[in-house]
Design a protein around this ligand. Sequence first.
Ligand code: BQF
Length: 292
Amino acid sequence: MQLIDGKATAAQIKAEIAEEVQKIVAAGGKRPHLAAILVGHDGGSETYVRNKVLACEACGFKSTLLRFEDTISETELLNEVDKLNKDEDVDGFIVQLPLPKHISEQKVIEAIDYRKDVDGFHPINVGRMAIGLPCYISATPKGILELLRRYNIETSGKKCVILGRSNIVGKPMAQLMMQKQYGDATVTVCHSRSRDLKKECREADIIIAAIGQPDFVTADMVKDGVTVIDVGTTRVPDATKKSGFRLNGDVKFDEVAPKCAYITPVPGGVGPMTICMLMKNTLSAGKKEFYQ
Ligand code: BQF
């Protein structure tokens, strides 16, 4: 069993990005600038946005954090999005999800200029990704592809089972894993209504677990020699931690790991790569790599 070290891989990629930024700036180019909108005080969201700001510093990017109370109206938030669309210094920006219930996430996502949509959530980027055109690709699936590539894990022609069908992970992951230029795999998407999920998983060469249920994948569900990618990051109470909680993956790591060829840990697996791929997208935005 080989552990896939997402934290170390992300650190290496951030160093590569920092080196490129240095060269761009030395040549008189513009330092990439990422802005983030954070609404409310959700503990998870606060942590994720802090991770993003720190990663910007590591990469030599400029970052701007815009904070609003969860009493902000949808109209006001859409207006803030429009201001960032028009701000010529901002290369890319994100709106941290989830948003309060009185605000339509879809409306907000569609208000973002797709040329600054470094999360890759706008329908134009989603559509371009689905047909294999250059675009911002959602950070978590992009990070998983990068891990598979850097660890030389063969995906072409393999059976890949994806657990979960979210717009952020499951759906784009399935799209990318099936495409010849990315995964080139045979893809099965399983979800809460799937009839024989255990049988599907037992036939998989690669399992990507993104259902958000702690310890969902158990040893009896996987075959020997499988590669397991754990996208789960549920916060569960843990009195032994000074924060009072720990991150728990979708995979029962201790019993599944011995059967694996490769497996990602939680924390330190997919999570750091998600942050890192947001940085890669921001670098692309700074370079106007995909659009205009
Ligand atoms: C790690 C996220 C659910 C909903 C919205 C490093 C992150 C997590 C874990 C992180 C996530 C999860 C992010 C680790 C960003 C990943 O060391 O294992 C980093 O910051 N993430 C997000 O922005 O929104 C979410 C999960």
